[in-house]
Design a protein around this ligand. Sequence first.
Ligand code: ADP
Length: 312
Amino acid sequence: MLSVSNLCKTYGDRRAVDGVSFNVQRGQTVGLLGPNGAGKSTTVGMICGLVRSDSGSVTLDGEPVGQGNNAAKRKIGLVPQDLALYDDLSALENLKLFGALYGLKGEPLKKRCAEVLELVRLSDRANDKPATFSGGMKRRLNIAAALLHDPQLLILDEPTVGVDPQSRNAIFDTLEALKAQGRSLIYTSHYMEEVERLADHIVIIDHGKVLADESPTALYQRLPAQAALRAELTEADAASAPAVADAIARLPGVTSAKAHGSVLDIGLSGTEHATSVVCWLQEQGHKLAHFATARTNLEDIFLTLTGRSLRD
Ligand code: ADP
């Protein structure tokens, strides 16, 4: 549906986006993941035609999305990072204004405002001004505004920044409902956990370049650890935890082992190695206060790809 091809953008001597390409299929949710400054907002700006690219192209259903007014742009809804709401107008009046900008009026506008307010769970606050809203409620109203013209592709730029947990869940529920309606979504974030929850496909960018463009399952396979074990030594044994971790790291099937106080976090290349690690600990006379298997964490994928963590 959307094809982003070789986008580049330089500000002064800074290459903000350096040859970014990826596709979004109809009904797909693509997570655009990267640390702050990676080039996500600039990429999104170029996709929507708000930022002029130095080179590269964006097409939606085969039509170019360029600068100015064009048909392809009407198929896109953008929820920008900076909130675009009028504090002196009520939530409903804000939506009516945005709807009018999209050429909606009369009964269809009224109906659509009610639908989008329902979708973002703000129907009961329709007549209140955004000045009285929490950060999360304002964000939800912004999402509603981006949906008025019924876009096929909704692009959300870091929609949970500055949002309380309750609104965050409401935002996820809304996005899951939009997914179920078959809409395509692009969701930018620097939180792997958010991207993982929603996305069918993940594009990781860093320093303006695409590092990975694949399904979450394929990304999992790139992690050195396919399974994880957490073992807690007894307090009497805690002082030896760093040395024990070093010894475990050298066992077959172990990809990493780190001590945090008396807790050992152990990465394994497969679940079959868990038993041998626990047996080894017992053979060495270490008593375990607790142990549990853990799922590997996709949060580590950025570290695997770049040697840095996502939010250093
Ligand atoms: P992200 O959304 O991933 O945090 P951005 O796309 O906002 O990243 O920024 C990418 C890089 O481009 C950063 O180094 C940022 O400082 C720079 N940048 C973004 N917008 C501008 C601008 N309008 N003028 C100058 N530099 C910019």
